[in-house]
Design a protein around this ligand. Structure first.
Ligand SMILES: Cc1ncc(COP(=O)(O)O)c(C=O)c1O
Ligand SMILES: N[C@@H](CCCC[NH3+])C(=O)O
Length: 424
């Protein structure tokens, strides 16, 4: 995989674009994405799973920018959505509803109705009451709803507890031992078509073992369903592989695809299943950085702080998960400026002690320096908020030597749009 963020003469570039120029023209903080990286990361899935009728449904919760969705749609992506808002984004970006799968534990009736009339590929159902609700909505609309059940295989994904989803005590999915009964119930409902099975055990998995353990358990279930006369068209393996934040070595997609194929080929009842994948992070994370400027260097006996203009409202992963993301000075040329060399906590402007982007980073810094926070293309902008009345940053997409604004920085006035004072 080509790294889109490289140094030339000491200055960090995104593809061919000098990031100091980006900051000068567009201001900070801002997200900068690489078209080339998004393309390569998506194509890696397409190519690895090419032999097995796989549909790569990009999980846009990772990065739902319209330019990203449009780019991926043109590369042949399907999409994994978790709300009607995400469905509308896909459609607005030119995505095809018939390549959309709808995940999430709490789909409202109006969301189901909209997805049914748009004609999505599949609802990934996470509970028995949700089956009943979808059946009622489909009957009301005179439609049939294609469904798969998201089963929870009780496999430990060995990832952060907040992003582990396949254990019994997680809210997601139907416990695998209850799944057969749930499928039989689904079969009894008048307006549902059972088309698949789905499983997602967590995010940022750095080994294949939990994925394959989960798959083995789902295959046992598929065998039981086949014995009941319930045949499926697809198996949805959920989110993608983990990424390199801090030297992690992500599992090989080629090996993943081969292991999946080997397992599916081993049984008559799984051989002809098509495969769906829902990767988000591995397509988006290392296709983006967050650019931020040092406002002040604040030193005390106890601490060295670099106070920057991006905060937890812009990038919450470090605060929320103690996530580690690489931080470097953009311009490392020797400009003769006096700097402090220290182990810095990189903190933001938000009024919270938990507002940091990185801790104990050995850097040489002065006010005015530009920093890049790496691996920020996934779960960066999509998790940004307006806390402290801070406008969300601009998003930019670099393409070769061009840099396009793909979302403008929010204006302050837009933050009170739709708010009203009481009548006197
Ligand atoms: C149901 C579902 N599918 C797909 C994903 C995307 O996962 P990842 O970003 O790890 O590829 C998630 C997030 O964990 C998810 O909850
Ligand atoms: N937002 C999380 C991942 C969430 C996964 C969604 N189920 C992160 O940044 O790591």
């Amino acid at each position: 995989m080509t790294n889109p963020f490289v140094r030339r003469d000491g200055v960090l570039h995104a593809e061919a674009v000098d990031l100091t120029e980006v900051a000068r023209i567009h201001g900070t903080p801002c997200y900068v994405y690489s078209r080339q990286a998004f393309t390569e990361h998506f194509n890696a899935y397409q190519q690895a799973f090419a032999a097995q009728k796989a549909l790569v449904c990009y999980a846009l919760k990772a990065n739902g920018n319209l330019a990203v969705l449009n780019l991926l749609a043109r590369l042949g992506a399907g999409f994994d959505i978790v709300s009607v808002g995400e469905l509308e984004r896909v459609l607005a970006a030119g995505g095809d509803a018939s390549r959309v799968v709808f995940s999430g534990v709490a789909k409202r009736e109006d969301e189901m109705a909209r997805a049914l009339s748009a004609g999505i590929k599949c609802f990934n159902i996470e509970s028995v009451p949700e089956l009943d609700r979808l059946n009622t909505v489909a009957a009301r609309l005179g439609k049939r709803a294609p469904i798969s059940l998201r089963v929870n295989p009780d496999v430990d994904a060995n990832t952060h507890p907040y992003i582990s989803t396949g254990l019994k005590d997680n809210k997601f999915g139907i416990a695998i031992e209850d799944a057969e009964a749930a499928y039989l119930h689904a079969q009894s409902l008048s307006h549902l078509d059972i088309v698949g099975v789905d499983c997602h055990i967590g995010s940022q998995l750095t080994t294949l073992t939990p994925f394959l353990d989960a798959l083995d358990r789902v295959i046992v279930l598929i065998g039981k369903l086949a014995a009941q006369g319930i045949t499926l068209k697809h198996i949805d393996l959920g989110g993608g592989v983990g990424v390199d934040y801090q030297g992690e070595v992500p599992p090989s997609l080629i090996e993943y695809a081969a292991e999946v194929r080997r397992r599916l080929d081993a049984h008559d009842y799984t051989r002809s299943l098509s495969v769906i994948l829902e990767p988000g992070r591995s397509i988006a994370a290392n296709a983006g950085i967050l650019l931020t400027q040092v406002e002040f260097v604040k030193l005390s006996d106890a601490k060295a702080f670099a106070i920057v203009d991006a905060g937890m409202n812009d990038l919450i992963r470090p605060s929320l998960y103690q996530a580690w993301q690489r931080i470097e000075r953009v311009d490392e040329q020797d400009d003769g400026k006096a700097r402090t060399q220290a182990s810095f906590d990189i903190v933001g402007p938000v009024c919270e002690s938990g507002d940091f982007l990185g801790k104990e980073r050995e850097l040489s810094l002065a006010a005015g320096d530009l920093l890049a926070v790496f691996s920020a293309g996934a779960y960066g902008f999509t998790m940004a908020s307006n806390y402290n009345a801070r406008p969300r940053p601009a998003e930019l997409m670099v393409d070769g030597n061009a840099c396009h604004v793909v979302r403008e920085r929010e204006t302050i006035a837009s933050l009170w749009h739709g708010e009203h004072c009481l009548p006197h």
